[in-house]
Design a protein around this ligand. Structure first.
Ligand code: NAD
Ligand code: IPM
Ligand code: MN
Length: 374
C-alpha cells in the first residue's frame, strides 16, 4: 500500500525518538513492500522559534493531507515562562482539536522481561493488561480560560455527545478484550462527573449490556491502579484524569519510555505519540528510550493504515529486544536500569524486525483492532 505520514518530531527528545520510529516504519515498508511518504513539519517550541506559532498553518495542512500523524513531544524550560504569550503545548492541543481525535488509547501491558525492573512488585504486575481510553478534546483543557492578577479560571465542561462518543469507543474495545469497563470520575464532587456517570451508565444499559461496567472515583482509582492493576481491563476517563492516571500507569510498565498512544476520531486518520514528554533532563544525551515512539508507530500501522500483521511484527520485535535485556544490562534501556542508549535499542529493534518478518506472517496481535463503528 501507499501512505502519507506527517512527522512532527517536536522538542527535546522528540526528534531523537521519532528518528527511531521513522527508521522502523521505513524497515516495515521495505520488508512488506509498502510505500510510505514522510512529510516533516514543525510543532511546539521548534515551531515557535521558526515562525512564532506552536502550530503553523503549513503543519496543520500537512497533517490534514496525511493518512496518519506521528508526533514526538513538545515543550521545555526554554518556553515555560508562565508569562510567555504562547506555549508549545498549545500547538499540541490545537492539533488534537483540529484533527478531532477525541479518543486517546493508552495500552499498558508490562512485558514479562521488565517485571523485575519495575518499582512495583512482580506479583502485583503479573497479568496486567489495561487499555486506558482518555477523552482528549474536552474538559478543563479546552474550557474557557481567564487570568487576572489575583485570580485564574479554567472551566471544565462536557456535553452529553462528547461523553457518549468516547464511551462507545471504550465499550466496543471491551467487547474485543475481557468485557469490562471501569469508568473513572469524581462524581462525589464535580457536576461534569455526575453527567459522565449518568451518560456512561445509559450508553452501557442501552447498547452494551453484555459488557461489565463499574464506576470508580479517581482518587481511589489512583490507589487501586497500584494495589491491584490486574483487576482492570478498559479504563474510561475524562481528559485531565486520564493524563494523570496514565503517567502513573507507566510505572506498571516499568518506565515512561515504554508507553505509546493512539488518538482517534471519526475517520481513520489518527495522531500517534508516546505518552511521555520532551524529557529536558535527558535531551541531547542519546539515552532516551525510543520504544514508546516505536510502539506508537505500530499503533499507527494498525489503526490508521489497517496493517495489522505489520503492527504485530513491530511489537514482536520490541518484545524480543526487551526479553534480550532481561538479564543483560548492556541490552536494556537506561530507564529500565540498563546501559543501552537510543541508538543501541533502535538497532536491536531493527535487527529483530528484519529477522522476524518471515515469522510475522501469522502473528498473534498484541492489541486487537478497534471496531470504532458498528
Ligand atoms: P516528561 O515525560 O518529559 O519526563 C518525565 C520523566 O520521565 C523525566 O525524568 C524523563 O527523563 C523521563 N522520560 C520521559 N520519556 C523518556 C524516555 N523516552 N526515555 C527515558 N526517560 C524518559 O515529563 P515532564 O518532565 O513533566 O515534561 C517535560 C516537558 O514535556 C513539559 O514541557 C511538558 O509540557 C512536555 N510534555 C509533552 C508531552 C507531549 O508532547 N505529548 C507529554 C508530556 C509532557
Ligand atoms: C500528554 C501531555 C499533554 C497533555 C500536554 C503536553 C499538553 O501531558 O499527552 O499526556 O496533558 O495532554
Ligand atoms: Mn501527560
Amino acid at each position: 500500500m501507499s501512505a502519507r505520514i506527517a512527522v512532527l518530531a517536536g522538542d527535546g527528545i522528540g526528534p531523537e525518538v521519532i528518528a527511531s520510529a521513522v527508521a522502523v516504519l521505513q524497515a516495515v515498508a521495505e520488508g512488506f513492500g509498502h510505500r510510505f511518504v514522510f512529510e516533516d513539519a514543525l510543532i511546539g517550541g521548534a515551531a515557535i522559534e521558526a515562525c512564532g506559532s506552536p502550530l503553523p498553518e503549513t503543519t496543520l495542512a500537512a497533517c490534514e493531507r496525511a493518512d496518519a500523524v506521528l508526533l514526538g513531544a513538545v515543550g521545555g524550560p526554554r518556553w515555560s515562562d508562565p508569562k510567555a504569550p504562547v506555549r508549545p503545548e498549545q500547538g499540541l492541543l490545537a492539533l488534537r482539536q483540529a484533527l478531532g481525535v477525541f479518543a486517546n488509547l493508552r495500552p499498558v501491558k508490562p512485558h514479562p522481561a521488565t517485571l523485575a525492573h519495575s518499582a512495583i512488585k512482580p506479583e502485583v504486575l503479573r497479568g496486567v493488561d489495561l487499555m486506558v481510553v482518555r477523552e482528549l478534546t474536552g474538559g478543563s483543557y479546552f474550557g474557557r480560560k481567564e487570568r487576572q492578577a489575583d485570580r485564574a479560571v479554567d472551566v471544565c465542561e462536557y456535553s452529553v455527545a462528547e461523553i457518549e462518543r468516547v464511551a462507545h469507543v471504550a465499550f466496543r474495545l471491551a467487547r474485543g478484550r475481557r468485557g469490562r469497563v471501569c469508568s473513572v470520575d469524581k462524581a462525589n464532587v464535580l457536576e461534569t462527573s455526575r453527567l459522565w456517570r449518568e451518560v456512561t451508565t445509559r450508553v452501557h444499559q442501552t447498547h452494551y449490556p453484555d459488557v461489565l461496567l463499574e464506576h470508580q472515583l479517581v482518587d481511589s482509582m489512583a490507589m487501586h491502579l497500584i494495589a491491584r492493576p490486574a483487576a482492570y481491563d478498559v479504563v474510561l476517563t475524562e481528559n485531565l484524569f486520564g493524563d494523570i492516571l496514565t503517567d502513573e500507569a507507566a510505572m506498571l510498565a516499568g518506565s515512561m519510555g515504554l508507553l505509546p498512544s493512539a488518538s482517534l476520531g471519526e475517520g481513520t486518520r489518527g495522531l500517534f505519540e508516546p505518552i511521555h514528554g520532551s524529557a529536558p533532563d535527558i535531551a541531547g544525551q542519546g539515552i532516551a528510550n525510543p520504544i514508546a515512539a516505536i510502539l506508537s508507530a505500530a499503533l499507527l500501522l494498525r489503526h490508521s493504515l489497517s496493517l495489522h500483521r505489520e503492527a504485530a511484527c513491530v511489537e514482536a520485535a520490541v518484545a524480543r529486544v526487551l526479553a534480550a535485556g532481561e538479564h543483560d544490562p548492556r541490552k536494556r534501556p537506561k530507564d529500565l536500569g540498563g546501559s543501552a542508549g537510543t541508538e543501541a535499542i533502535t538497532r536491536a529493534v531493527l535487527a529483530a524486525l528484519h529477522a522476524g518478518i518471515a515469522a510475522c506472517l501469522h502473528p498473534e496481535p498484541a492489541f486487537p483492532a478497534i471496531p470504532l463503528r458498528d
